[in-house]
Design a protein around this ligand. Sequence first.
Ligand SMILES: [Zn+2]
Ligand SMILES: [Zn+2]
Length: 847
Amino acid sequence: MAEDKELRYDPATIEPKWQARWAADPGMYAAEPHSCGKPKYYVLEMLPYPSGQLHMGHVRNYSIGDALARHMWMRGYNVMHPMGWDAFGLPAENAALKNNTPPREWTLSNIAAMKRQFERLGMGFDWATEVTTCFPDYYKWNQWFFLRMYEKGLAYRKKSKVNWCPECATVLANEQVINGRCWRHEDTIVEQRDLVQWFLRITAYAQELLDGLDKLDGWPEKVRTMQRNWIGRSEGTEVDFFLQEEISQGTGNREQGSGGTRIRVFTTRVDTIFGATSLQMAPEHALVKALAADDAGLREQVAKLLKEQKNARETGDIGAIEKHGIPTGKFAINPYNGELVPIWVANYVLSDYGSGAIMSVPGHDERDFEFARKYAIPVRRVIAPADPHAEEPELPYLSEDGVLVNSGEFNGLSCHDAQKKLQEIAACGAFGEATVTFRLKDWGVSRQRYWGTPIPMIHCERDGIVPVPDEQLPVLLPEKIEITQQGRSPLSRVPDFVNVTCPKCHGPAKRETDTMDTFVDSSWYFYRYIDAKNASAPFGSAAAQYWFPIDQYIGGVEHAILHLIYSRFWTKVMRDLGMIENDEPVRRLFTQGMVIKDGAKMSKSKGNVVSPDDMVARYGADAARMYALFAAPPDRDLDWQEDGVAGVSRFLGRVWRIVTKYAPVARRASQSRSETPTSGTSQKLLRKLNQTTAKITRDFEGRWHFNTSVAAIMELVNEIQAVDAQLAGGEVPAAVIHELLQTLVLLLAPFAPYMAAELWEELGGEGAVLRQPWPKSDPSLAKEDEIEIPAQINGKLVTVVRVPAGSDSKVIEAAALADERVKARIAGKTVVKTIIVPGRAVNLVVK
Ligand SMILES: [Zn+2]
Ligand SMILES: [Zn+2]
């Protein structure tokens, strides 16, 4: 029996055995009660979309999180490590169209398949708290939150220009449009349509979302930067110009103009307003429509500009549009000096950005300069360098460090002072104000699709929009439905769903037929895990108070803008509803790299997908998981090589043979190692063991270089194998072998849980590996007899010298000077100084 084991590492036997044992012990990965007295640790990987098949990117993501969870369990924490399914969304509908399978059936069978894969991989999730977002017991709370937001004015309906993906046949959020294309359809250009849509007022939290980023120092800087840019705060001034015709005598002043038609512009540089030589309006601006009403020629030209703008938007880069404009023949009055400036219509000005009108200051803005040159619009200098003797800079002069010129009574003011002064004057004259604008827009959540959360609203002819009363939640998705891609929501073709009684007047009314964006589901799912069975609330406040914020969240950087901004918004809303006290959902965020194969991201369309099932069948789950951690630092891209998996599998085979070979000796150890005198080989082995323990512990606490953790375990195993003869010859006491092998198994446990469980039992260990304390490194045993010290000449690294640990400066200097490479470099020169940092470095300064 023992010999058989020794011969062959066979994951196909070991892994299913433990999988069955773990499945029979559902408390294994469950969190303990809040009163357990242990510190809590909430580790979470982003929940998958149930496509039906895990891919290697998943294996990597979940191997990282699972290793951490196991480590924290062994460190004595009360660990929450849940899993669920982001189960609503378009692919289920597309599959339904293709295969004639109802979305629900398709989704649930995919979930079952992926759950089997997770279990086969040995992931330590607490399935008792599983969340499936397409179940009514979950999406009921999406509806409940929607109603709470509606009551607070945070959910509203308006007609607006929206992104429309013809392929998805639905509206997309701004966050789901990437370079003008659909986030799910790289080749599909997103169209603009005017539709009445539901929005969530995320902009109400724009400033707080921005400020909060400064405190999220456990988040990658790149993610924080992406969010800052997306929120896009800019300070500036809103100023009203006045339409000339509206006032009696052409050159009116501020007072005269204040009653006329106002044209509001936003500028970040109000200090340059005396240099405004035209106004540029969006083709769709209401005033343009009015001006063109009686002017067929103008109408035609405006239509042309609008078409150009649409085309540019749809190819994704409005910034690169070839700028065209036309003068309207009308004039506006600059409120600061009464000057008349011509009103133009331009194809690069967007109606939904700011006020849809800008003042054009060609002397001090690149884009305005380009436009002015093209159409011979005057260019005027109104900012000059602060130093009066400085050479006059070329226009456009963009600096904000100058002073005002050609600006009447404001000449000589610095740009900054002038901005303040001009803002004050605008406020006093009621024609403008200092303002902050954000790039962030409200979150459009309406989707004209079936497989999502029904929006709990009713349209009544008498009462308008009427919220569904709480006691009527959930508004259930009808099960039997024909999915077609006709553009309107499929729910609008289900009379039983649409026709309802108005809760207010009890007359006939119609349900809202749009469903919610699936990003609503993922905005708060991690709060549901902690209280997944709660039937009377989304979750209990006490549970949230205990578990939040999440200690460690792990997922792909592609969610930096979408999910990670929406879920921060949702947390702030829940806080303001009095449900939680934390301001942010996640304390530390980790974004792992992608899995690449043959130079490209693994994807079905590229045909380079590696199936986890194949890997597990060939090499075992432990090898597949361990390879995913070993092949690259977790934050970098991983280039998948099957040879590498085979290599890790061979390594595990070596661990297997060594441990099983000496397990009988280890089991016979009657004393503890500390009572056993050690020398020679034993000390060397114990040193390596304690160094390895220290290194892996540091990696878990710090930068998560699990690739080097695994490499350190490999080195340790090499060192044990190198003294096989001494071990076999009885030179090393049983107590040392016992400690060596047990610790090796515990160190392996986060990375190769199946093998660790089996070998733990083989060594006579009691209880589950997960319940063993994480090994501690003994610094006195880890200390090297000899240490390596980098030797530099004039600050440049030349070599590394070995000296006894604890050597003084003289010994280190002598060792450096005796080194052959150092000798060669300093031949014929003089050492003028030797700088030694004891234990760290030696630097020779030579001339
Ligand atoms: Zn699409
Ligand atoms: Zn009514």
